[in-house]
Design a protein around this ligand. Sequence first.
Ligand SMILES: O=c1ccn([C@@H]2O[C@H](COP(=O)(O)O)[C@@H](O)[C@H]2O)c(=O)[nH]1
Length: 273
Amino acid sequence: MTREELVAQIAKKKSFLCVGLDVDLNKIPEHLLKEEDPIFAFNKAIIDATAPYCVAYKPNLAFYEAFGVKGIQAFEKTVSYLKENYPEQFVIADAKRGDIGNTSKMYARTFFGEYNVDALTVAPYMGEDSVTPFLDGYDGKWVILLALTSNKGSFDFQLTEDENGERLFEKVIKKSRQWGNDENMMYVVGATRGEMFKDIRKVAPNSFLLVPGVGAQGGSLEEVCKYGMIKDCGLLVNSSRGIIYASNGTDFAEIAGQKAKELQAEMEALLQS
Ligand SMILES: O=c1ccn([C@@H]2O[C@H](COP(=O)(O)O)[C@@H](O)[C@H]2O)c(=O)[nH]1
């Protein structure tokens, strides 16, 4: 999907919501455990209920790989279901991949060639040759590079400064802009430190940002928008647990739809202001 197409969806839906599909069999409603594929049954119901209010879905691979072959099959079925029924949705595989070039090439083939997702999260630690295989030859696909994550461990490396006062996340963004551009590379920036978006926008003024950390992690949507929103929005804000586990009764999908609708309404107001 091109940036233009993504921005058109945001304008049409008046939403920049990304619903995280982090399926935990210990948290899904009990009645679904009787299904042949409980993970897919859960995802299908959540997708059908939330699709009018969001522009993206983000299955995190950890929640699928944890169940071996069955989990991977559920992931594949979920992506295919989205592609067939909601082709306008931007599908992000949150897998945080990246390795030597030869190996990254195979990861790229897996996610873009086999699964056909629109975007993949990638760790920048191994540098240029670990990232460019995800960009070369994959038009319309996106790398979403980890920049400033939402967890407290982001202080350990990402927020450390060099002798000139430059922080590692700033270095990562500046350097990676030599490998990709605003049409094929986004950055992960956590919602948990909203005021940091000011600094992010100094080094990535026009980039799209994938923003996890609203909802269960307590990040402020308002602050993210105040400091991070740009002319064409430039934000995809993710919420996973806050939407998909809002109820674990038989009404789980309906309640997830309501939660997504509430976030969409907040986003609509923020887009207007
Ligand atoms: O900095 C990061 C990077 C990735 N994540 C992922 O996003 C979702 C957040 O889930 P919530 O339930 O809304 O907290 C999850 O898949 C994380 O692994 C992140 O939180 N922070």
